[in-house]
Design a protein around this ligand. Sequence first.
Ligand code: SF4
Ligand code: SF4
Length: 407
Amino acid sequence: MNIEDQEKLRAGLEKMTNQCDRCGTCLPHCPLFGIQDRELVGARGKNSVGRAVAGNLGLPAREALEAINFCLLCRACVANCPGGVRTDEIMMDLRRLLIAQTGAWEGRNRLIGFLLGRPLLVTGASAFLSLLRRTGLERIFTSPYFSVEKTAHSYLAMRPGPVILTPKTEPRLFPQGQKPGKVAYFQGCGMKMFFPQAAAATIRILKSITEVTCLRNPCCGLPHLAHGLWNHFVRLSRENRRLFDGFDLIVTDCASCGSSLKHLPRFFANLPEQGEYAIMAAKVMDLSEFLAAAGYSSPGRREGLVTYHDSCHLGRGQGITKEPRTLLRQAGEFVEMRQGDLCCGGAGAFSLDYPEAAAKILEKKQKNIEMSGSSLVVASCPGCVLQLARAARNSGKFQAVHISQVL
Ligand code: SF4
Ligand code: SF4
């Protein structure tokens, strides 16, 4: 990033961080403030760091990066801020600026960025992980990134009975007899690598409604954006914009991809391409949003209680909370858990960088799921399903699946 761009970013940060009047309303809502009683973990403290960086007040870059990296980007502070301060965006811009200023970069994040930036490598990783799952070798790895996918087959093997998961359906129309136009499926890297059967279920459901084109799209770029790898993010966004040009709707079953695609005009604000990204963003729909608009309802009902975890990028990121619940109520007996919108602690690479903090947040989520009495917790984001699967393993009382596997 050249000096002029850095200065623009710095000036934007100064403006955004100055909107924080330090009222502290956000603090009790921050999952991190709930586990570490330190000013710096909440949005108020982080925005002070942002002000110091933007105002060139001499805060060492390493110290600043350490403080702002410890953030789930969950937007709980944003949703509860009376002044509408967009702390998650401030954190992402700060990471970008500090990396540009100091050349500091995390080798692991660069590696993840490199891998996710290349569709062929993602396909290779997906094949490798599938092989591990098929042979049972994933059990020798303790990382959540080798998680077992709960498929309809494995779920039914554990819980035999009149349970219906992803049954065959007859084609429907959208909405009320209208055609939805040219629909494309956007497959996120997480769905491709960790939940290929859930992705296949999504495609089956979509095809029961309308014709769907499946493209080999690259990553949405969110992992790059979240870690300050702006140039990678720009390249991937451009590739996706070109690839999906000509489609009327872009449906995704990944809450994180959907949120980042819908926010593209914001990320490209004041840049010449902003208008084109606004056109693209307007076409993006989450799977549950699309299914609700299409009047879809699951053709079968399952036994046992089902609860729902609001992924941060779907609930707060896209304002979608009703649609998945409506669909789940039609598919079985639905029950709310306490604090359904509390972040699960996965948050991309956060659970790798801060495993102890992530585990403490997940413990709360696990207790809430157990208290709901559900045998199944459903989420709309592969990152959340990975994290919830860890809670399921710890608990032994419930299973975690992606929403497309229940509908
Ligand atoms: S985005 Fe989430 S983790 Fe980060 S400061 Fe806000 S509430 Fe806390
Ligand atoms: S981020 Fe918003 S809620 Fe939090 S201290 Fe600043 S103004 Fe108050």
